[in-house]
Ligand binder design. Structure first.
Ligand SMILES: [Zn+2]
Length: 397
């Protein structure tokens, strides 16, 4: 197996077209969060897309095989809340490719993430990183980025204030709706795919400043005009209300201050088709973590959509174990969590026809586990391979 696998490892710069055909053999497959598992299945990927899944798949001559007895295969995971803001990403345009690939493995792909959503960073830098990944030079996940997040006037969060002055100067704090629209346009011109608003900015512990509704509304409308999703960091009731009323699509965190976050409000959010990324690890040491979990579970019960995300990059400890542990404590089943990792974000990003399931015609984006999530809520941490478009982009020895 080791010999076969070595043949699949790409040499950066040379592997782009070469390894997009792959057969994963004798695995247990969960085709989707709802579907029954298929045992002893072979998944055939040709030209980066899945062309066959099942027990009796014939592997064409010359296609590399990945023997996978005992593996569990699911669609490639999404992490819908990350940041490329640590110093090690600076000058991504010129850093050695293998250094970037190693950093991507440590932060993301070794945890199974084949698609990530960067919910605020320095746009030119993240776009340069993405360009090098998409060219095949750097092995990494598909990146969607918000570019620069928008903050309320004169209200940067306390936890960004240690950033270098030249970085702080680039953080938009629009004073008017017109300035907000212009800030969104600037991000779009730089290559951003989504909008990120700090509708509740934590300027000091215990002091949350909401974004003025007119500013949030103008920013969200500009994003929507360009077909973009709008994410918000809500923090508390006021920030959640601004998000709801301005037309935000996704809360990038559960609210963390829960005064006034009641069932009626959660029902209103569901009625507006909003999604929540719980980021429970971030709050796991807060005294009200049990209440935050309960808000997340109720939102799901009321029909709301949850997406998986960890705030990795802001959190510099990349372990995802605590997030999965908290989601299980919240009462979510492994099928709920699998939907958060796959079909829910694919649907939200309008790519359900290409991503989120292990099925014919879908992209060959797969996460391969060594433990079955049906029997262990932490199995999603046991990643053996991350495969993107038929290429193994991360593997655990
Ligand atoms: Zn974040």
């Amino acid at each position: 197996m080791r010999i076969v696998f070595l043949l699949l490892l790409c040499i950066p710069g040379l592997c782009n077209a070469a390894a997009q055909d792959l057969a994963i053999v004798d695995a247990k497959v969960y085709p989707s969060p709802e579907a029954k598992a298929v045992k002893h299945a072979t998944i055939l990927i040709r030209g980066g897309k899945i062309t066959a899944v099942g027990e009796h798949v014939v592997i064409p001559h010359g296609v590399a095989t990945l023997p996978c007895t005992g593996c569990i295969v699911v669609a490639g995971f999404w992490n819908t809340h990350v940041h490329f803001t640590e110093a090690k990403w600076v000058d991504a345009a010129h850093q050695p490719a293998e250094k970037l690939a190693q950093q991507l493995r440590e932060m993301l792909t070794l945890s199974g993430f084949t698609t990530v959503v960067d919910t605020a960073s320095i746009p030119d830098n993240t776009v340069a990183l993405r360009r090098r990944i998409e060219s095949g030079e750097v092995m990494g996940p598909r990146i969607y980025t918000a570019g620069a997040g928008l903050f309320p006037p004169h209200s940067l969060p306390y936890y960004v204030k240690d950033m270098p002055p030249e970085v702080l100067a680039q953080l938009p704090q629009p004073n008017t709706p017109a300035e907000a629209a212009a800030a969104v346009q600037k991000n779009i011109a730089a290559g951003a795919d989504i909008v990120k608003l700090f509708t509740g900015s934590i300027v000091a512990p215990g002091n949350i400043v909401p974004m003025p509704l007119a500013i949030a509304t103008a920013a969200a409308a500009t994003g929507h005009e360009h077909g973009q999703l709008v994410f918000a960091h809500p923090s508390n009731l006021a920030g959640t209300r601004v998000a709801m009323e301005s037309g935000v699509d996704v809360l990038a965190h559960s609210p963390e201050e829960l005064d006034g976050i009641d069932d009626a409000l959660l029902h209103q959010m569901v009625a507006r088709h909003m999604a929540i990324i719980p980021t429970l690890k971030l709050f796991s040491r807060d005294s009200n973590i049990a209440q935050i979990r309960s808000v997340v579970f109720k939102f799901r019960q009321f029909g709301g959509q949850l997406m998986f995300g960890t705030d990795t990059g802001f959190l510099t400890d990349y372990s995802v174990t605590e997030e999965y542990r908290q989601l299980a404590l919240a009462g979510l089943t492994f099928r709920d969590v699998l939907a958060m990792l796959t079909t829910n974000p694919a649907e939200r990003f309008h790519v359900s026809k290409e991503k989120g399931q292990v099925a014919i015609g879908m992209a060959g984006d797969l996460t391969v586990l060594s433990t079955d999530p049906a029997t262990d809520s932490l199995a999603f941490t046991q990643v053996r391979y991350a495969i993107r478009g038929g290429k193994v982009i991360a593997s655990k020895p």
